[in-house]
Ligand binder design. Structure first.
Ligand code: GDP
Ligand code: MG
Length: 418
């Protein structure tokens, strides 16, 4: 049996979706273990191009059980839309949704938006999907569980309990709040909107344990990257859940999981969307952004771009307890006139760059040789130009774990396995 956990080494958008899609051909379950509709995982395969938000990226393998784990917050309306979209494209779904997961409701999205507006210049850069308020309510023990969708009376009761506590606070803080739905109206809407997938709600631990006993391959997928972990990331510019691999079992429905492989997905350069700092920011971002198509999959916001930051990525790899690295988007560096890797920082506390970063740090660069050949057709490491191989080997030496997968394009088969 192997349990493979695919996580981000950086700040997200490393290409986890395409790595999971590639690995899912041999997996028996594909499991999302945290986050919700704020994820944007792009998959390009024989069925088309998909931007997945809540469904795990192994959804295209009809033999793969698709699990939305208990660690997730689930936006019901958006899930129905996403299911319709992939089914229209010919995907046969085999879905299990955790009864322990938390619902992320329209009122949460409204709260998220009003709070970002209240914060103005200090806003978190949220996707405004309601993720933070939904997790916040879960922690306050006011969350609405997905399992209650199967018990309409309990559902209405719990929603009443929740809004009695929630609305007075929201009304006090946001005088413009427009919200007049009753608990019964919310609950009726939920019952209606969850129709297409309500029968898939279950205790996901049961099928996962069975698969584990049969020594089948389980594939866990995180959203975002180490730099955005709620505890270990660049707080408060983090997400509201744990994105590190050690959470895969807990959030995925197999709390006693010991992963056999942890693949940290790292991008061949740095990118970041939302708020926070990118120490290795490039000067010529605009031209490169077009080449690398670096826009947020959920929001369409332009991502900040920079040179490969070996310090932050190594830190991410350690936080992820990674056993190997998948390096993506190396093809985007083709033809870049200046290529360099950040191998250290100068500045206060630069010898101990543990987030949260409190000081201004200046990157120390190592110059690398560029290459100009098109590498998108390479399928073996030896086929890559020498400068590209040197670049990859230098990153591997700095990361101190093997780079086992190298992707040279967004398509499923544009992959080099080492
Ligand atoms: P995720 O959130 O980690 O799954 O990553 P995203 O899907 O948000 O962002 C990665 C983007 O890069 C997507 O548009 C992918 O199609 C694309 N992509 C992934 N791997 C490669 C690659 O090797 N080369 C190129 N050119 N694009 C890639
Ligand atoms: Mg993404």
């Amino acid at each position: 049996m192997s349990s493979i956990v695919v996580v981000g080494a950086n700040w997200g958008d490393e290409g986890k979706g395409r790595i999971v899609d590639f690995l899912s051909e041999k997996a028996s379950a594909s499991i999302r273990f945290q986050g919700g509709n704020n994820a944007g995982h792009t998959v390009v395969n024989n069925l088309g191009t998909f931007k997945l938000h809540q469904l795990p990226s192994g959804v295209f393998n009809p033999d793969c059980l698709t699990v939305l784990g208990p660690g997730m917050v689930i936006s019901p309306g958006a899930l129905t839309e996403e299911i319709n979209l992939v089914e229209k494209a010919g995907v046969k779904l085999n879905l299990s949704i955790s009864d322990r997961a938390t619902l992320c409701l329209p009122l949460h999205a409204l709260e998220d938006t009003l709070e970002e507006e209240r914060l103005g210049d200090n806003a978190y850069g949220s996707t405004r999907q309601g993720i933070a308020p939904a997790y916040g309510d879960r922690v306050m023990k006011k969350g609405i569980l997905v399992g209650w969708l199967k018990q309409p009376e309990v559902l209405t009761e719990r929603i009443q309990f929740w809004i009695d506590w929630k609305l007075p606070q929201l009304r006090a803080l946001y005088p413009n709040l427009q919200f007049n739905q009753s608990a019964k109206e919310i609950s009726d809407w939920l019952i209606e909107v969850s129709k297409p997938w309500r029968n898939s709600i279950c205790n996901v631990t049961i099928p996962l344990k069975e698969k584990q006993a049969q020594k089948q391959t389980l594939l866990f997928e995180a959203q975002l990257g180490a730099g955005r972990d709620l505890i270990y990331g660049e707080y408060p510019w983090t997400t509201s859940s744990n994105v590190v691999s050690m959470y895969a079992g807990i959030g995925g429905g197999l709390p006693a999981l010991r992963p056999t492989r942890v693949i940290a997905v790292a991008k061949a350069f740095s990118s970041s969307v939302g708020t926070g700092t990118l120490i290795t920011a490039m000067d010529q971002q605009d031209t490169f952004r077009e080449t690398a198509e670096e826009y947020g999959a959920t929001t369409g916001r332009p991502r900040d771009l920079g040179y490969f930051d070996a310090v932050a990525t190594k830190n991410g790899i350690e936080l992820q307890a990674a056993t190997e690295v998948a390096l993506t988007k190396i093809d985007c560096l083709t033809g870049l006139s200046e290529l360099k890797i950040c191998v250290g920082y100068t500045g206060e506390h630069s010898d101990n760059p543990i987030w949260p970063q409190t000081t201004e740090l200046t990157p120390i660069y190592e110059q690398m040789e560029s290459w100009h050949e098109d590498i998108t057709g390479c399928r073996k490491f030896e086929e890559l130009p020498e400068a590209a191989r040197r670049y990859i080997l230098r990153i591997e030496a700095l990361m101190e774990i093997p780079i086992t997968m190298i992707s040279v394009g967004p398509q499923r088969d544009q992959m080099i396995i080492r």
